[in-house]
Design a protein around this ligand. Structure first.
Ligand SMILES: NC(=O)c1ccc[n+]([C@@H]2O[C@H](COP(=O)([O-])OP(=O)(O)OC[C@H]3O[C@@H](n4cnc5c(N)ncnc54)[C@H](OP(=O)(O)O)[C@@H]3O)[C@@H](O)[C@H]2O)c1
Length: 270
């Protein structure tokens, strides 16, 4: 499998690093990046090919990963359009809708749109992807193999669900950081040092997430198990329920989903 990356920044580097860790041949990877410094870094770090313009990447690989910032997608797609044949184009750009990308690519239909998240930078991401029907089973499998270099991959049946994915796992790391910050603030307010508070909050989150991931039981069951009748956890959860914390989280995620939809419309304007 040969792969061409358009945009060789943070996310492309995360994917390339992951592929090479799985013994992918660096000579099968070409990255197109307009920034000379970025190209030099890619060559030095990964020994892949790096070129300044898409015309220098011909023949293109069977899979093309578009990894430029959303506001650069239109220009990058329009430069790619005349060179396309049957390749599958995978976009990881947040918010760019398939219909807009297809239009900028001159009607190309072998398209996959996905939404990774920041933990992808350390191979611990979760990516959701949606493929158009013209993407073959083999192309989908090839794309999944590449995306797995960033972590886990799920497929969604309808593109609008990617707005929900954006609101849940795309923005999700910020919610997790907010929760850790809040727990740390509580610890400091109740007498612990900043350092103690930080380690307690972070390790509690890390350990609980690992426990949930390894357990065969649902998180709700795990929560009930640490909530003894009349105990401390029950007191905290009752207080949070009175403050409607869960409803507030759902409202927040809904706001993110609506914003994701609006951004898609704005980014798709010609
Ligand atoms: N970071 C995340 O967690 C995350 C999560 C979900 C989705 N994404 C998506 O991933 C994409 C890439 O993000 P990133 O953080 O990796 O971006 P980045 O670090 O800015 O990398 C993009 C690279 O592409 C170059 N570039 C710009 N226009 C180009 C063109 N027409 N042809 C070739 N190269 C071009 C940029 O050069 P210049 O710097 O000179 O412009 C830059 O070196 C974004 O669309 C983002 O929405 C990221």
């Amino acid at each position: 499998m040969e792969i061409t990356f358009i945009g060789g920044g943070n996310m492309a580097s995360a994917i390339i690093g992951g592929l090479l860790r799985e013994s992918f041949d660096p000579r099968s990877i070409c990255a197109v990046d307009i920034a000379a410094e970025q190209r030099a870094q890619l060559v030095e770090r990964y020994s892949i090919n790096a070129v300044a313009a898409i015309d220098d990447a011909v023949p293109l690989g069977s899979t093309i990963i578009m990894a430029v910032k959303p506001q650069h997608m239109k220009a990058a797609a329009q430069a790619l359009a005349p060179l396309l044949k049957n390749e599958v184009v995978v976009s990881i750009a947040a918010g760019i809708r398939i219909e807009d990308l297809a239009r900028w690519l001159g009607g190309h239909q072998r398209l996959i749109r996905c939404m990774p998240n920041t933990p992808a930078l350390i191979g611990a991401g979760i990516t959701a992807a949606h493929a158009l029907p013209s993407v073959s089973t083999d192309q989908r499998a090839a794309a999944e193999r590449i995306l797995k270099a960033m972590g886990k991959v799920i497929w969604v049946a309808a593109e609008p669900l990617l707005d929900t994915v954006t609101a849940v796992s795309g923005s999700g790391p910020a919610y997790v950081f907010y929760f850790i910050e809040s727990l740390r603030a509580a610890a400091v307010e109740l007498g612990l040092t900043e350092q103690q508070a930080s380690v307690l909050a972070l390790e509690t989150f890390l350990g609980s997430a690992k426990l949930a991931a390894q357990s065969t039981e649902d998180v709700a069951t795990l929560r009930v198990r640490v909530t003894s009748k009349g105990g401390t956890t029950e007191a905290a959860l009752a207080s949070m329920a009175r403050d409607q914390v869960r409803q507030a989280i759902i409202r927040g995620v809904r706001a993110a989903q609506e914003r994701s939809h609006e951004l898609g419309v704005e980014l798709g304007k010609d």
